[in-house]
Design a protein around this ligand. Structure first.
Ligand code: SF4
Length: 429
């Protein structure tokens, strides 16, 4: 249940006013959900009930819609079409988790490293208060390292979250290279499943995604992947084939990084204003349209909503995009595809093997671009700095003086790598 002070913090009238100016369907945030913090997982039935209610009272549907559910690969169960990226200090911000519950977002994605462990311990607080919620939640966590390190991290994650199992465990947090899907990783994953510590196993990826997805589809032991997937990346035929291969192999795909901001992101260019105005005229925010574009690809089972450092209004606006039943038209999708083409310069597409091969002494270019995006695009300086500090010290030391001319000439999106690396060092070091 909501605590008194949290209720007032999320004053309904206040946020309707705020978000109403920001895009679609704030009215879709239902009164029922405000009163019920334990939404049912059987949203198919809820949807049917909504349809019946709507037939009698056209206004009532707005009060009762639930998050649509989608098949999780070929595993025979469904997950909400959006999940919450718990990348923040959830211990200090349990209100966001409670709000997600109210909205029916019962799929939570966290990691051993997020918020220095406070992502997981925030979930632990909720589960200590309401252990009965565990059955309703689908929890993801991720880590990496040797099987021994994974085992230690997993045990610690279970303790932090006050649970004895994790639904989906990613044994590689940010897979760059399919060669890291080793037999020893497979063996550990199978053992953890047998011991009922995890239900499903997979990895997350934001570099060389197409190669990683293709390898996972062939491997036969990867159940799920959280991957960068957005209106830009989906234009790549190689990525489309990889998504198709996963879909055929029954690997569940969760999309992340759907906003696909360019670098530098401080200023909106006229082309970006154009896309914003186009969708505003249709009643969406630009961000909502980008989420819709991803979810219109039915091969994606869920869209992971990142809420920065725990922004409730951001969560509500994004969930509204998922609740809203209107689809983007072919013309809208073509407009986004054209926008992706016109503005690809400055967007790091995660094709790390290209720049890493061109500058073998400095194989972290794609990582640095992503951390800079956390800083400029997500406005999350803390997370950006933490990640940057995790790069090997010698790489950070020689980063500014390295020669990126070959990498720049091969970069398909013509990123000014040398300039951006300097900007990253200035902002993140
Ligand atoms: S910097 Fe260029 S080549 Fe390297 S990952 Fe980004 S888009 Fe690809």
């Amino acid at each position: 249940m909501f605590k008194k002070e949290e209720k007032s913090a999320i004053n309904r009238r206040g946020f309707l006013k705020t978000v109403g100016a920001a895009g679609i369907g704030t009215a879709l945030v239902s009164t029922r959900l405000f009163a019920d913090s334990t939404p049912s997982a059987s949203s198919g039935q809820a949807a049917a009930k909504d349809a019946n209610t709507a037939a009698k009272d056209p206004n009532a549907v707005k009060e009762q819609r639930a998050i649509p559910m989608r098949e999780f690969g070929n595993k025979g169960f469904k997950v909400p079409a959006c999940s919450l990226g718990v990348m923040f200090d959830a211990e200090a911000n349990t209100a966001v988790l409670r709000k997600a519950l109210q909205l029916g977002v019962t799929f939570w994605d966290c990691a051993y490293a997020y918020g220095n462990g406070k992502s997981e311990s925030g979930i632990g607080i909720i589960l200590k208060e309401q252990p009965e919620l565990r059955k309703k939640l689908i929890i993801t966590s991720k880590s990496g390292g040797t099987p021994e390190e994974l085992e230690n991290h997993l045990q610690e994650s279970l303790k932090r979250m006050n649970t004895d199992y994790i639904d989906v465990y990613y044994g590689v947090h940010g897979l760059d290279n399919p060669a890291d899907l080793t037999d020893e990783l497979k063996k550990w994953a199978e053992g953890a499943k047998k011991r009922k510590l995890i239900k499903y196993f997979g990895f997350s990826t934001h570099s060389n995604m197409a190669d990683n997805l293709t390898a996972a589809a062939k491997a036969g032991w990867i159940d799920a992947i959280t991957t960068t997937y957005n209106f830009r990346v989906m234009q790549d035929p190689k990525m489309n084939d990889a998504v198709e291969a996963c879909n055929k192999a029954g690997v569940a795909l969760i999309a992340m990084k759907m906003q696909a901001k360019r670098q530098p992101a401080e200023k909106e260019t006229p082309k970006e204003k154009e896309v914003m105005e186009y969708f505003t005229r249709k009643g969406f925010t630009e961000g909502q349209a980008k989420i819709k574009a991803v979810l219109q690809d039915k091969r994606i089972c869920s869209a992971c909503i990142g809420v920065g450092r725990g922004n409730i209004e951001h969560l509500i606006t994004d969930v509204d995009a998922v609740l809203d039943e209107r689809e983007l038209s072919k013309k809208d999708l073509a407009f986004l595809a054209e926008h992706a083409k016109k503005t690809c310069d400055g967007y790091c597409a995660g094709c790390a093997s290209i720049c890493a091969a061109a500058s073998p002494d400095m194989p972290y270019v794609a990582d640095v671009m992503r951390y800079l995006m956390y800083y400029n695009g997500y406005r999350d300086a803390e997370m950006a700095k933490q990640n940057y500090a995790g790069l090997p010290a010698d790489a950070r030391a020689k980063m500014i003086s390295a020669d990126y001319s070959l990498a720049e000439s091969r970069c398909p999106n013509r990123l000014p790598i040398a300039k951006l690396v300097k900007e990253a060092a200035r902002k993140l070091a």
